[in-house]
Design a protein around this ligand. Structure first.
Ligand code: PGA
Length: 252
């Protein structure tokens, strides 16, 4: 299965800085390989500029947004409809990132609504799931993760579930420099994959499952060597072209 390396730029970089970063990334990531999919998720304001640069350079790097609304269109002040993304060449959207869940009232229901709407427009949802530190310590984390996964996939057909990408991001590992042990990552990815087998009613063509949370050039290779880890979702380190490209090349 090909590895996916996705960079989440979060609420960083204005349009000009985003353009500079994508140009630097294009210079750094020169090896294209069918076994590697590189994805960048700039802020909404920079999506158009980054899209143009990727097209001008005939790049295989794919464009993502960080969130999208589930309604078709209309009186939803401040939101962006999925239908508006397709013609900008957007291939992916994050859904249910823990910062959305924590600060902006993202619920399992809105994650499910967004996932369905993205699939309708053939944009791949990168559905983010993961436990908080409190949940990890209370030992309920496996239930939390499975429940987030099942509710995100509610009322999706098995064929639709196969089109998703899942990102396991323990909330306590995001931006903290802490990561779970490799064994813990392996356990959770195995758990997620086994639930995906149920949801997809098959053992084949399962969604890619990425790991996210404090991925750095120093740990990326080892993380990606873990069984059932199909790539990484990178925050902080994706803002530096050299770090991001090093992470991408560790997947090759
Ligand atoms: P981080 O963020 O790499 O800075 O920990 C990951 C994420 O939020 O997707």
């Amino acid at each position: 299965m090909k590895k996916i390396i996705a960079g989440n730029w979060k609420m960083n970089l204005n349009v000009s800085d985003s353009s500079t970063l994508i140009k630097e990334i294009l210079k750094e990531i020169t090896t294209t390989n069918e076994n590697l999919e590189v994805v960048v998720a700039p802020s909404y304001l920079a999506v158009d500029a980054v899209s143009k640069i990727l097209k001008e350079n005939n790049s295989s790097i794919k464009l993502s947004v960080q969130d999208a609304h589930w309604q078709e269109e209309g009186a939803y002040t401040g939101k962006v409809a999925v239908s508006m993304l397709a013609d900008l060449g957007v291939s992916y959207s994050l859904v249910g990132h823990s910062e959305q869940r924590l600060y902006f009232n993202e619920t399992d229901q809105t994650v499910n609504n967004k996932t369905k709407q993205l699939l309708k427009y053939n944009i791949t949802p990168i559905v983010c799931i993961g436990e908080t530190l409190e949940e990890r310590e209370s030992e309920q984390f496996e239930e939390v993760i499975l429940s987030q996964l099942k509710l995100a996939c509610n009322n999706l057909s098995s064929e639709e579930v196969k089109k998703l990408v899942i990102a396991y991001e323990p909330v306590w590992a995001i931006g903290t420099g802490k990561i779970p042990s490799f064994e813990q990552i392996a356990d959770i990815h195995q758990l997620i994959k086994s639930e995906l087998k149920n949801l997809c009613k098959s053992d084949d063509n399962l969604p890619a499952v990425l790991y996210g949370g404090s991925v750095k050039p120093e740990n990326a290779k080892e993380i990606m060597n873990i069984q059932d880890v199909d790539g990484v979702l990178v925050g902080g380190a994706s803002l530096k072209a050299k770090d991001f490209s090093q992470i991408a090349s560790s997947a090759l």
